[in-house]
Design a protein around this ligand. Structure first.
Ligand code: ATP
Length: 241
């Protein structure tokens, strides 16, 4: 199996405040990797640097064997940020068409991808509404659809199911697992939701800018003598850094 994402000795500070400290991470192709940790731990900062939106102070990030940031790799990464970056005066469909047009899709591919992505997030009926009239949850769903639009090899999803109702959440997770299992996509999700963490192949627990521990959900349960993932999270939170 080849490595999809490699992070080595990464550090990041904003001003005098150190946000990430000696992060090392190896994510294999076709792996679903969860980053979990309390609010402010540094998860978003880490994924932004993997996408190439921010620069580390030291250390390196390679995605698909290319040192980041790298403009060529952008087409291979679908990124869903925590705050929605949408054009609110345009309709959902116009947003999807705009983002699809950034990639060299044929007209036919564009049509198929827009239909697939809108269907996945259950927005087909609302596509002709302006985004300014969307609810918060609808905007999240549109952001997820945009992350998938160019059929990227890698999906990086920052808290993808926040504000999404339980039924749709189940559908989205089923599709993420299908994309991983059947299409070999590499997926990173950040989450606070423990049952989502349990569905990942590997998990890294992030706290105060460091990776406390990483492993499969089962390995982490064994390591912390825990029956549930909530317990793992509580026990890990007590580790002295
Ligand atoms: N541009 C910035 N300038 C200064 N500080 C920042 C900046 N971006 C993030 N931070 C700080 O970095 C720390 C880590 O934030 P980050 O958003 O990465 O955490 P997180 O683990 O994703 O949290 P959450 O789960 O709440 O999204 C926080 O203390 C935050 O205030």
């Amino acid at each position: 199996m080849s490595v999809s994402i490699e992070v080595n000795h990464l550090t990041k500070s904003y001003g005098k405040k150190q946000i990430l400290n000696e992060i090392n991470l190896t994510i294999d192709e076709g792996q679903l990797y969860g980053l979990i940790g309390p609010s402010g731990a540094g998860k978003t900062t880490l994924v932004k640097m993997i996408v190439g939106m921010d620069l580390p102070n030291s250390g390196s990030i390679h995605v698909l064997n290319k040192k980041m940031p790298n403009i060529q790799v952008l087409k291979d990464i679908g990124y869903m940020a925590q705050s929605d970056a949408l054009y609110s005066s345009l309709t959902g469909k116009e947003n999807l068409t705009f983002f699809a047009s950034l990639y060299k899709l044929t007209k036919e591919e564009m049509k198929t991808r827009i239909s697939y992505a809108a269907d996945l997030v259950n927005l087909k009926e609302e596509l002709n509404k302006r985004v300014s009239d969307y609810s918060g949850g609808m905007k999240r769903r549109l952001s997820l659809a945009i992350a998938l639009i160019q059929n990227p090899k890698i999906l990086i999803l920052d808290e993808p199911t926040v504000g999404i109702d339980p039924e749709l959440k189940i559908g989205i997770w089923a599709e993420l697992l299908r994309l991983k299992n059947k299409e070999g996509k590499t997926i990173i999700v950040t989450t606070h939701v423990m049952d989502e963490a349990e569905r990942c192949d590997m998990i890294a627990m992030v706290r105060d800018g460091k990776i406390l521990t990483s492993g499969t959900p089962e390995e982490l349960k064994t390591q912390f003598h825990a029956n549930s993932f909530d317990e793992v999270f509580l026990h890990a939170g007590r580790i002295k850094l």
